[in-house]
Design a protein around this ligand. Sequence first.
Ligand code: ZN
Length: 229
Amino acid sequence: MIKAHPSDALLHSYVAGDLNSASGLVVSTHLDMCPHCKRMANVIEEELTAAMAAETENGAPTDGLGDDDMQLMLDAIFSSAAPDEGLVTTKTTNDGLIYLDGKRFQLPRSLARQQERIGPWNKMMGNMWRAPINLGTDEVANLIYMGSGTSVPEHTHKGTELQLVINGSFSDEYGHYHDGDLLFLDGTHQHTPHTSDEDCLILAVMDGPLHFTSGISRLLNPFSSLFFR
Ligand SMILES: [Zn+2]
């Protein structure tokens, strides 16, 4: 059961096509996993389409919708239904599977489409691994794998970060998160994410580095680019 969903504002921005590729990828991957938000997105899309159709009618007082109007509306529908079209999509014959730590993970559809853009896995610390996703935006998108019993030192965020649990679970001071949970984090969140018995695969998009806050981990701050880029 997914507990953490995108805010209404984030969902609106997504449907309107206002998010950049990286944030859009996080939201569309959440929608792959969350029927509730998928329905919400469809409702928002219908509202936006109706509003656009009303504008078109006001601008051109004709009887009903002409072919041109219909085409405009279809364009509007499809551009809002596929806000990730800013991504350069490549034909991929990949199967959306990744193998980590002897385990197999099935990527949700939106993420599987970007599989060719997922770079090599690099070890960050302990049993924590990262693979960049090259989306060509200013935001940094990474897949992060935390083995069981892994912990990230306490930190806050200099920018904002969207985190989506793809598979597994992790916890922090605010809660316990499972497949499909989407978290929005910024400078107001100080936390220590950790896994317990289960491992966790996360999609993370951030527009600024972490800032480590406690004890000796403050020494990591000069290296916080480890987590950013
Ligand atoms: Zn949701």
